[in-house]
Design a protein around this ligand. Sequence first.
Ligand code: FAD
Length: 338
Amino acid sequence: MTQESLKTDVVIIGSGPVGLFAIFECGMLKMKTHVIDTLEFTGGQCTALYPEKPIYDIAGYPSILASELIEKLEEQAKPFEPTYHLGQQVISVQKTGDGFEVETSKGVKISAKAIIIAAGCGAFGPNRPPLEGLEEYEKTGAVSYMVGKKEDYRDKKIVIAGGGDSAVDWVLSLEGIASHISVIHRRPKFRCAPESADQLKKLADDGKIDLVIPFQLDSLNGENGKLSQVVVKDLDGNKKEIDADHLLPFYGLSMELGPIANWGLNLDKNHIAVTQSTCETSEKGIFAIGDINHYEGKLKLIACGFSEAAMAAHAIYPLVHPDEAFHFEYSTSKGVSK
Ligand code: FAD
């Protein structure tokens, strides 16, 4: 384990959309940032769960793909030269004389005057089906819990398992790209938007996809991580083999606060309670923004997270620049400068 020791003004835990915007807001107030994320990439849920879906409620963008929003947020943050530490989880936060020291799972230690926790739902990961030999197929990408690029699935035979919005949305998105799609669900009713359920039924009625219902996953056939068949079984144990290049199980996410639960902050049902006007937690100098925080009337929307990033940055300013009076300025008058 390496033992780097670094120093900055603000450590941002989480590089989802809200953490990325916090880099910009801190930068505009002349505060340097280091950003840490467990995942190997930035963008949080937008990148991990729905990169190719359009978002319709980002101000100024009638429609923007989740992946494009993340690119734009990174571009907006870039002038402030944030340092990213990806692929490592923040495991501890300790109070020091004039701030805090965070430590990551890779042994990197960073001291800062303030901390912004933008950790979304905490450490999140997919619920994996209990199938023998699963890991071998996960390593090659034959079994995957997210769709990075739709083009990777062109002309492939795909099995999508699950009955919620994600499963159904990806069936609708990949139809016409994949050569064949089978949908495995253990009951006839899908738990998704009614319009999506109607579209799914139409695709099945038109013979464009196969609904394999009521069935559940049983096992995988293939060799050296190359999938050839997904075996499913019904409630009586009758089995069916489905030819497949890829299996995409969408059984929801397991969300855990992880180490954050042990940092002594006031929690409210797995969320961090904050003062709404500043997003400060019960610990002075530690702020929480985006999906992870809670206050009365909280909306888990990217738009709300953006506003919280601005409020937290303004509240942090006096901690980083105690001797400088704060003059509120619009970005139009001060421009974007380090
Ligand atoms: P996240 O995006 O969850 O990012 C948090 C990051 O923190 C993650 O990358 C995680 O790895 C990291 N992290 C957690 N714990 C640690 C730790 N200890 N150390 C290091 N890193 C850590 N919102 C909208 O406004 N409009 C929409 O249309 C919309 N559509 C959606 C569609 C879907 C399918 C889903 C799942 C969500 C949708 N949302 C939408 C919700 C939106 O994605 C979230 O509100 C948003 O991602 C929250 O951003 P965040 O930065 O707070 O957290």
